[in-house]
Structure formats: C-alpha cells, structure tokens
Design a protein around this ligand. Structure first.
Ligand code: FES
Length: 166
C-alpha cells in the first residue's frame, strides 16, 4: 500500500483545532510539551501521522522534524502508515500467549481478512497488530479495538466481537 497521497497536504492545525491546541499550550511550561496532544490531533483527523504531518507539527511547535519523528516512531500508538478504521491490538506477551493469545490473533487475522499482522483488510475496516502486556494478565486475552478495552477474548468470540465494528 502506498503511504503517500497525490493530493496536496491539507494542514490540520487550523480553525478550532488550532485554537484548542493553543489554549492547551497555555497550561504547559513549554510549547514543545504540546507534542503528544498535537500528534493525537493529527491522528484523530487523518488516521495516521504522515511525513507531511510531521513537518506541520514541527513547524507548529518550532522543533525539528527529526525530533517529532523520533517521538512518533517511539510510541506504538501513533501510526506511521494508514491503518484500518478499526485498529485492533492483541496482547501476545508470554502470560497471555500461553493461555491462547496466539489463537486469538489467528482468529482476528482470518475473520478480518487482514491475513498478516500490520496489514489492512481489503475493505479498509481493520488492521491487527500484536502488542506487549496490556496490564490485564488475569483476563486473557485482552484486546484493544480503537479505544475499547475488551477482556477475556477467545478465538471463538472473535466473529461476534468484530460484528460490533462495521
Ligand atoms: S501479558 Fe497480556 S495483559 Fe499482561
């Protein structure tokens, strides 16, 4: 999948979004401290953080694009390429894995049509990735779908769960 659009980049930090960030900025000691909220604003609006968006953030915060890129690539919650409408994160750290997380991942890949981790389904609905401990080791297998935290997911419960995400 191409990660670059042929359309000219439309800035995100305009109008209400810009006003909201500027207002938030008054609560932080430095402008640079707005970096994470600024990246969230980009991702909420566009679904991912493109190279052009990194440049926009850098200019807005008066830091270098390399600095912004370093932060974007450090955190797994920021997407550096387009993802499906519903972003599915499955814990596969050892405690979950020995209790069946691998089967849950396989079920997600099969029933979403993604087939590969990190790939997006042909209908654009889903992207599935594995993540480290989600802090719910007693409720195997925990899964994050967008902002929804769902515990005790099994391979068998995956189809009904996906039906809730059109
Ligand atoms: S190891 Fe899976 S939630 Fe902790």
């Amino acid at each position: 999948m191409s990660t670059h659009s042929t359309e000219p980049y439309r800035p995100v930090f305009t109008g209400e979004t810009r006003d909201r960030l500027e207002a938030l900025g008054t609560k932080y000691p430095t402008r640079q401290a707005l970096l994470l909220p600024a990246l969230w604003a980009i991702q909420e609006e566009r679904g991912w953080v493109s190279p052009e968006a990194i440049t926009e953030v850098a200019e807005f915060l008066q830091v270098t694009p390399a600095y912004v890129r370093g932060v974007v690539t450090f955190y797994t919650m920021y997407h550096t390429h387009p993802v499906g409408r519903h972003f599915i994160q499955v814990c596969t750290t050892s405690p979950c894995n020995i209790c069946g997380a691998e089967g849950v991942v396989e079920a997600f890949l099969e029933h979403t049509g993604c087939l590969d981790l990190g790939a997006t389904s042909p209908d654009g609905r889903f992207t599935v990735i594995e993540v480290e401990c989600l802090g719910a080791c007693a409720f195997v297998t925990p899964v994050l779908i967008n902002d929804d935290f769902i515990e005790s997911v099994t391979a068998e419960s995956v189809p009904a769960l996906l039906a809730r995400y059109p």
